[in-house]
Design a protein around this ligand. Structure first.
Ligand code: ADP
Length: 577
């Protein structure tokens, strides 16, 4: 089944556009995936760096707590379970100032503060979990919001072991989260650390601090629910195996971010990072647009080329049709012209016939009169009993009758419509036949004929009747031109040269008035009203000679008069004269 171009083209275009769209989608997906993969690799490194920094920082305070648990000044206080004096407090304050911790305290087994950098000695520290753990012999750790100041704190508690073994008390170190965060505030990437209840406890972005993603925000005894706020509006998507966040949290957080997490069991938190994904998206869009544009340009070029080809084919078709029409019209016109020419030939013949009628009637009349008198004389001779003489008269009569018959035969042959094509004809015979017809006019007008009859046939290519018509036209024109002239002389001669045979006719008339125009149809210098002045003779003759493959020309030779030449193709194998 073949589709018409009207359906085929839109279909092909639609398929191509669909393919381009599919290709563009593939490019977009691959570019996005690769971009996110690369961003992810960087993010993992950044995240482990941030995690390492936080845990490293905290580790220092942990070791400080352990260090003070063995301190010779504090140990006796713990063993005795009594509050230390200003000395112990001063020691802890100095350490606290040096290490940047919020406060360092020695707590007894009963929860009483035995020494404090913050001057709380004697107060009851209560029994929070981390302290219980330390009093149980392990290192306690906690994060919390200070109920008094509202500041976020990390706390380490290290057990103070008595020389006998049991735990005598604990050293606690509190650390303000702000001091830990300060260093990372200016970082490009947004990092944050979320506790087990889903609350962001540490972050280099204030917008996220103490925010919770989980609905009804967990809250713990250390981080009370009333201090926790909901997370900024957030949509989470999965793109090529990556978690993408669309988050509205002000100018310092990327609106579109790759979200990575990493568990941090040392501090019972989860480290998280948000990496700006907009550049990845932009680059993917750019690559997609470039690929699609290239495909479309390529397609458009192909389309334009194919359109051009189609139009060219269409134009060629139209041209071919127009050509065919033109040829048909030319053929029709040629047919019409051929018919018209045939009519003209006929008209020309009639004119030539009319021209000859006068001469012929004279020529036929003469032998008729002679026959009549020969016959009358023959009757008289028979009456007188001279049959011999009468018989001579009868011979004369029959001779004259034969001559008349020949003239009439030539005339008939001339008037006949020639339908046959081109064959081998004898030029000498054609000239002889025409001379026979024109003889009477020539002798009547006193024209001297100068013509040597060729001894052998001069065979040329042509049509017998048409050839005679041409020669008759030329002789009639010559006689017309010489009419009323003294010394009227018509010279005919035949020349053969290679493959061409030429018949020349030269008269002693006034010469051709306009050589350039004489072959034009209806060009005539003969007075209107005369039977011969149709102006068709030469143009028709010209056409006839051309149709034989020959050439008709005329000129005014030196010495006066006009000279015409009929050039024809000679017949191969025939000897030309
Ligand atoms: P027509 O004889 O009817 O005028 P032709 O076509 O035979 O038409 O001749 C065209 C013209 O060519 C003539 O009128 C004459 O002017 C010129 N012409 C033809 N033959 C001769 C000639 N032998 N001598 C001078 N002029 C001639």
């Amino acid at each position: 089944m073949t589709l018409s171009p009207r359906i085929l083209r839109p279909t092909v275009i639609a398929i191509y556009l669909a393919l381009v769209a599919a290709f563009a989608a593939t490019v977009a997906w691959v570019a996005l995936r690769d971009g996110l993969d690369r961003l992810g690799e960087r993010g993992v490194a950044d995240l482990s760096l941030a995690s390492g920094r936080l845990t490293g920082e905290l580790q220092r305070y942990r070791e400080l707590a352990v260090f003070f648990a063995d301190h010779p000044t504090l140990m006796p206080l713990a063993l005795a379970g009594v509050a230390g004096g200003p000395n112990a407090d001063a020691l802890l304050l100095a350490a606290s100032d040096r290490t940047g911790s919020d406060r360092i305290e020695l707590v007894g087994r009963d929860g009483r503060v035995l020494a404090s950098s913050a001057g709380r000695t004697g107060q009851n520290a209560g029994m929070p979990d981390y302290l219980v753990r330390a009093l149980n012999g392990t290192i306690g750790f906690a994060h919390m919001v200070d109920p008094e100041t509202g500041r976020r704190m990390f706390v380490y508690a290290a057990p103070v072991f008595s020389p006998q073994g049991p735990v005598a008390g604990a050293v606690t170190i509190r650390l303000d989260v702000d001091t830990v965060e300060t260093a990372s505030r200016g970082e490009v990437e947004s990092t944050f650390f979320t506790d087990a209840s889903g609350v962001v406890f540490v972050s280099n972005r204030d917008e996220l601090v103490l925010r919770s993603r989980s609905a009804g925000s967990g809250g713990t005894p250390d981080v009370p629910a009333d201090r926790v706020q909901p997370f900024p509006p957030l949509q989470e998507y999965q793109v090529a195996g990556h978690s993408i966040w669309a988050i509205q949290a002000g100018p310092y957080l990327p609106a579109l971010a790759l979200h990575l997490t990493r568990p941090l069991p040392v501090i019972a938190m989860q480290a998280e990072i948000l990496l700006d994904a907009a550049p990845v998206l932009q680059s993917a869009l750019m690559q997609t647009a470039t690929a699609a544009a290239l495909c479309l340009i390529f397609g458009a070029a192909l389309f334009i080329l194919s359109e051009r080809r189609r139009l060219l084919v269409l134009r060629l078709k139209v041209e071919a049709r127009l050509n065919a029409e033109l040829e048909e019209r030319v053929a029709a016109r040629t047919r019409e012209l051929t018919l018209a020419q045939a009519d003209l030939v006929r008209a020309g013949k009639l004119s030539a016939l009319g021209q000859m009628a006068a001469g012929l009637s004279h020529e036929l009349n003469q032998p008729l009169m002679a026959i009549r008198s020969y016959a009358e004389n023959a009757v008289a001779f028979i009456d007188r009993g001279k049959p011999q003489t009468a018989a001579q008269n009868l011979v004369q009569i029959s001779e004259l009758a034969r001559r008349m018959g020949r003239i009439i035969r030539n005339l008939r042959a001339f008037a006949r419509q020639e339908v046959e094509g081109i064959s081998d004809v004898d030029l000498g015979a054609a000239v002889a036949a025409v001379l026979e017809i024109t003889q009477p006019r020539m002798s009547q007008e006193g024209v001297t004929l100068d013509y040597a009859v060729p001894p052998e046939p001069v065979m040329v290519r042509g049509g017998e009747v048409r050839l005679q018509q041409v020669v008759l036209n030329l002789i009639a024109n010559a006689l017309d031109a010489m009419q009323g002239r003294e010394d009227a002389r018509l010279r005919l001669w035949i020349e053969a040269e290679g493959a061409r045979v030429r018949l020349y006719l030269r008269d002693t008339g006034p010469g051709i008035a306009e050589v350039d125009r004489m072959f034009d149809p209806f060009y005539s210098t003969k007075a209107i009203g005369q039977a011969e002045g149709m102006g068709l003779g030469l143009s028709i003759s010209y056409g006839i000679v051309e149709s034989f493959g020959g050439k008709l020309s005329g000129r005014n030779p030196e010495g006066g008069g006009a000279e015409f030449c009929v050039e024809l193709a000679s017949c191969a194998g025939k000897e030309a004269v």
